[in-house]
Design a protein around this ligand. Structure first.
Ligand code: GLN
Length: 449
């Protein structure tokens, strides 16, 4: 598939032919990366995760409860993209309401990993990553609340970028956990990620958490030869599988050869990441998902006797198991008597996690970290929720701290499965993340086939 950069130099006629080709191949393909094939006006097609609203298109967030729901307006990212000649195209499969790490919880079926169809593509933006990796999309948008752009990108051997919190408007993104959610990009190259990020970033008065100051465009100003200080968190690495550690050691060598300075650090609060994230995320999710009552959005239960039963049946029938688990957990940690013990405490620990990153960033420009402790697991092997939550150990702290991070493919293991690593930057230093990532991408020479 041509890159986004290459697409920019094609004529409208060539682009429309490429779009028709993508549509035909995607329809014939059985990865189940797409759950809809909507297409818009002329322009370079960008695949949309199915939780980003495109006016007059169906949008389901991978849930039965939103079956039949039609978006009444465009997400801000869609409006911004269109100004740059990029148009929304197709709807990518995802874990229901972006809750999951495997794209197995979608009401619309499991998505498969194109490198090995017995494995998951990661999640929750698994459809976006699988499609870009399989040549079924030029580039895609996803959302990252705790790793959902970076982890599927790593599992599928493509580039996933999660911007600093506040850099990309969340207006029109179905809310999972509002203080963590951020729309991100899934692309074939680091440069493509910069091109797409440049198109969607920027202040939006419709999102009260949107940062008000603008930043320079990145794609045209990439500084691939600058040298940086990159921190390695030693106690992080030992918890990953051997092949991840091997890729990590390889990347560190390549960064040194490219002239970067590597420093070694420890982070002691990482043991609290998972507990903190799953308290904050489920509390916010329980609140956000309260609006799905069978009246205002999507699917409504039939044959009900009264209002109480309408709510009860619509929600019981409409939400899947994982979403229900999180609503229960979220309401539990917010309930009186437990609020202080869980939710308030988690908010305090969140600050400690942020502070610890700041201490590292006093000395380093960037942190290099695994994205996941293993390569993509087999389909059907992530049924224990706690085990699945644990596999988010490397990605969720970045959302708790609101930092920018980019995951890029480094090498493949002996089974041919891609391994990605992430570069994590200071808040609002997204540009530096791209500079370092472009340098690492050049140094490792990853080949997708
Ligand atoms: N796997 C994490 C979760 O289930 C992250 C998901 C996401 O980033 N949307 O919450």
């Amino acid at each position: 598939m041509i890159t986004l950069k290459e697409a920019l130099s094609k004529t409208p006629q060539e682009i429309s032919e490429i779009r028709d080709q993508i549509m035909a191949t995607a329809k014939a393909n059985d990865l189940n990366a797409y759950i809809g094939f909507e297409t818009a006006d002329d322009g370079i097609p960008i695949l949309m995760k199915d939780n980003i609203q495109v006016k007059d298109w169906s949008v389901t967030s991978g849930s039965k409860i939103l079956q039949g729901y039609i978006a009444p307006y465009n997400a801000t990212v869609v409006e911004k993209m269109q100004e740059k000649g990029f148009v929304p195209f197709g709807r990518a499969n995802m874990d229901e309401f972006a809750m999951g790490s495997t794209t197995e919880s979608s009401y619309y079926g499991i998505t498969k990993n194109p490198h090995d169809t017995s494995r998951v593509p990661g999640g929750s933006s698994g459809g976006s990553a699988a499609a870009v990796a399989a040549g079924l999309a030029i580039a895609a948008l996803g959302s990252d609340t705790g790793g959902s752009v970076r982890q599927p990108a790593a599992y599928c051997g493509v580039v996933g970028f999660k911007p600093t919190y506040g850099r990309v408007s969340r207006y029109g993104l179905a809310a999972y956990a509002s203080s963590l959610d951020q729309i991100g990009t899934i692309t074939q190259t680091v440069e493509d990620a910069a091109i797409l990020y440049d198109a969607i970033k920027g202040h939006d008065p419709k999102d009260s958490t949107s940062a008000e100051f603008e930043i320079e465009d990145i794609a045209n100003n990439l500084d691939i030869d600058r040298t940086l200080t990159i921190a390695v968190i030693d106690n992080y690495i030992s918890e990953a599988d051997d092949d991840i550690q091997k890729a990590y050691a390889f990347a560190v060598e390549k960064l040194k050869e490219a002239g970067h300075t590597i420093i070694h650090k420890e982070m002691t609060n990482t043991k609290y990441d998972i507990a903190t994230y799953y308290i904050v995320a489920t509390a916010e999710a329980a609140t956000n998902l309260a609006r799905f009552d069978g009246i205002r959005y999507g699917r409504q239960a039939e044959n009900v006797k009264n209002l109480q039963e309408l709510y009860f049946k619509s929600r019981s029938e409409g939400f899947g198991e994982e979403v229900k688990r999180r609503i229960l957990l979220g309401n539990f940690v917010l309930s009186s008597g437990y609020y202080d013990a869980y939710y308030l405490k988690a908010q305090k620990v969140r600050h400690l996690i942020q502070d610890e990153f700041n201490v590292i960033f006093d000395e380093a420009d960037m942190i290099l970290s695994p994205v996941a402790p293993s390569v993509a697991p087999k389909i059907g092997t992530s049924s224990d929720p706690l085990e699945m939550y644990k596999s988010d150990m490397y990605t969720i702290a970045i959302n708790l701290a609101g930092l920018p991070a980019l995951s890029l493919p480094i090498m493949k293991n002996d089974d041919g499965m891609p391994i990605g690593l992430q570069l994590i930057g200071k808040a609002f230093n997204d540009k530096v993340v791209f500079d370092a990532a472009a340098s690492l991408e050049r140094a490792v020479k990853y080949k997708s086939n």
